[in-house]
Design a protein around this ligand. Structure first.
Ligand code: F6R
Length: 244
């Protein structure tokens, strides 16, 4: 595991963007997997800046999102599809031609999971995956207890995951109860993983994920077994990784 501890969230974002940019500059047709959430927003800002400066061309990339809420209209401003458009795709002069996000309202949920796995297989598999970590150690929407062997699946969102989004949805009762997510199997098969964490609130769970036992109770702990894992964090998130 490579651990990069940056001074603050801005530096974490710049480092993460550099890792993605390096991958795309080396292989312009890379297959990427991307997260939503608060943590990667700065990374997307830097990627947009690199594109605007003429240094980076993402148009050849094939991009898969990790997850999506189930039951929201796709154009709902809180859907992950809307997030990606707002924070990355609509800001690029030449966005990737091939972009995939699980459908939030599929007619047949199981068929959507199978089709998503098939699309990743046809693309040749994910070469670089960027992940955030949830307050309970989830990666994607793989909540504690998710078996390692699952591919894309639908999932009952954990209470803590839903509570974190309550303000955005105007109350806990309005937060979707279900999501659709790439599975741990897919995550572990990707060629390279970059795990991001920012802020003091992530310190304890990050330490459990990286230093504790590998257990389905802390889904991110499985990343300890990945041969090409780079963890990029800011100092507050790294707070529990070092001894005083
Ligand atoms: C979102 C995703 C989640 C988030 C995690 C951290 O697509 O896959 O696993 O990465 O919940 O979210 P933030 O960055 O908002 O703390």
């Amino acid at each position: 595991m490579n651990l990069l501890i940056e001074r603050n969230a801005k530096d974490m974002s710049a480092t993460a963007a550099r890792l993605v940019a390096r991958q795309v500059l080396t292989q312009p047709r890379s297959v990427l997997a991307l997260p939503t959430g608060d943590t990667p927003r700065g990374m997307y800002d830097v990627l947009v800046g690199l594109e605007q400066g003429g240094l980076l061309d993402l148009s050849g990339v094939c991009a898969f999102n990790l997850d999506e809420y189930l039951g929201l209209p796709e154009d709902d401003p809180r859907s992950f599809r809307s997030y990606m458009l707002k924070h990355l795709w609509e800001r690029l002069a030449a966005p990737p031609a091939h972009r995939y996000i699980p459908m939030s309202n599929p007619a047949d949920e199981q068929a959507e999971c199978t089709a998503y796995d098939e699309a990743m297989r046809r693309a040749g598999g994910v070469e670089l995956m960027v992940l955030g970590i949830g307050p309970n150690g989830h990666i994607g929407f793989n909540e504690p207890g998710t078996p390692w062997a699952l591919g894309t699946h639908f999932v009952a969102l954990a209470e803590v995951t839903r509570r974190k989004e309550a303000a955005r949805f105007g109350g806990l009762a309005n937060v979707p109860r279900w999501g659709i997510s790439m599975g741990i199997r897919t995550i572990m098969r990707s060629g390279q993983i970059v795990l991001l964490a920012s802020g003091e609130g992530k310190a304890e769970v990050l330490a459990r994920a990286l230093l504790g036992p590998v257990t389905t109770e802390v889904p991110a702990s499985v990343l300890q077994l990945h041969p090409r894992l780079t963890v990029v964090v800011d100092r507050p998130a790294a707070g529990a990784l070092t001894t005083p």
